[in-house]
Design a protein around this ligand. Structure first.
Ligand SMILES: Cc1cc2nc3c(=O)[nH]c(=O)nc-3n(C[C@H](O)[C@H](O)[C@H](O)COP(=O)(O)OP(=O)(O)OC[C@H]3O[C@@H](n4cnc5c(N)ncnc54)[C@H](O)[C@@H]3O)c2cc1C
Length: 319
């Protein structure tokens, strides 16, 4: 059993920022990165709203954050947490593929994963024409026809990115207006490769070895049509990665972790940051901000623990 002071679960903006602050506070953090190193922002093409950068590629932003956290002493483990026991801590128990750990404090920064459409043909065509990441897969659709499903910022941002490769990008939205920011809407409307298909949902994704088309339905008229296409990119939101913590940490009805104003979960000593506890803002900068808050709270918590104050005390009482 490897004993640790602080374990941070997740290497997105929340986890990496928590690591930076914790390392600078000499908390000797170990960060367990998970399968998506850098989190969602690492699969984002261009980020134009992270303060300090006019524009930066998602993977580059991730590399910078990681290097900064590492420079102050964060240790990285490229593994995934499979099991936790937060009921009998501190110390808290965590298990990965390669190791078992005990930690005095934990920051959960497991973020969120892309929601699927849940329609016939989707699962079997992932990687064969169905994708949730334009940055990862856009290149494979050079001069091809693609559909983007969704009507928010991500759908437009990634749809615009796909116009670099695809010959036509149809944005299919179940409503008749977008939820995206004005700047993105204006850019998408001005792009000659982009077309909007309103009030429409996909019923199935069709094809044998790879996607050859979709079946679509107009939500008002009920009319069903089949359209040939080469690829479908889905951006219809995310769900929090909290399955591991069911029955151990309090969650809301959508399974986001519930935290207090010190980012502490229902278990004292276990903190949460980023999209795993944020159903509202869902930005790299807000997630990074939560990571900062959680690390500062952990510092206060660990000081109290060290001073033999009751581990069950809240951070507010300990500080
Ligand atoms: C297509 C797209 C475009 C976007 N564009 C922008 C943008 O322009 N500007 C902006 O501010 N935001 C943007 N966002 C949102 C931004 O990426 C997220 O808000 C941010 O990444 C959330 O950070 P996070 O650290 O909370 O979680 P995530 O980024 O989701 O990171 C979660 C981390 O947890 C790890 N993890 C999960 N489970 C485990 C486990 N069991 N064990 C170990 N590790 C685990 C994952 O591997 C990952 O490293 C975009 C998102 C998408 C999908």
């Amino acid at each position: 059993m490897q004993k640790e002071n602080l374990i941070i679960i997740g290497s997105g903006p929340a986890g990496l920022t928590a690591a930076l602050y914790a390392a600078r506070a000499n908390l000797d953090p170990l960060l367990i990165a998970g399968s998506q190193i850098g989190g969602q922002i690492a699969i984002t093409n261009e980020v134009e709203n992270f303060p300090g950068f006019d524009s930066i590629l998602g993977p580059e932003l991730t590399d910078k954050m990681r290097a900064q956290a590492e420079r102050f002493g964060t240790r990285f483990e490229f593994d995934e947490v499979l099991e936790v026991d937060f009921r009998n801590g501190p110390p808290f128990y965590l298990k990965t593929y390669g190791q078992e750990y005990q930690a005095n404090a934990v920051i959960v920064a497991t973020g969120a994963s892309a929601r699927r459409l849940g329609i016939p043909g989707e699962g079997e065509h992932i990687g064969r024409g169905v994708s949730y990441c334009a940055t990862c897969d856009g290149f494979f659709f050079k001069d091809k026809d693609v559909l983007v499903v969704g009507g928010g910022d991500s759908a437009l941002q990634e749809g615009l990115f796909l116009t670099k490769y695809a010959s036509r990008v149809r944005i299919v939205h179940r409503r008749d207006s977008l939820r995206a920011g004005e700047l993105l809407v204006a850019r998408a409307e001005a792009n000659s490769k982009i077309e909007f298909v309103w009030d429409t949902v996909l019923e199935s994704i069709d094809g044998e070895a790879k996607v050859t088309g979709v079946t679509a339905r107009n939500v008002h008229t009920g009319a069903v049509e089949q359209w040939p296409t080469d690829g479908i990119f889905v951006f219809i939101g995310h769900f929090p990665n909290t399955q591991l913590f069911r029955g151990q940490l309090a969650m809301d009805e959508q399974e986001f972790l519930i935290v207090d104003k010190f980012m502490q979960t229902s278990v004292p000593g276990v903190f949460a940051a980023g999209e795993v506890m944020d159903p509202i803002y869902k930005q790299a900068i807000s997630s990074a901000g939560h990571g900062c808050q959680a690390a500062i709270s952990v510092e206060r918590y660990l000081e109290a623990l060290h001073d033999h104050k009751l581990p069950g005390k809240s951070v507010a009482a300990a500080g």
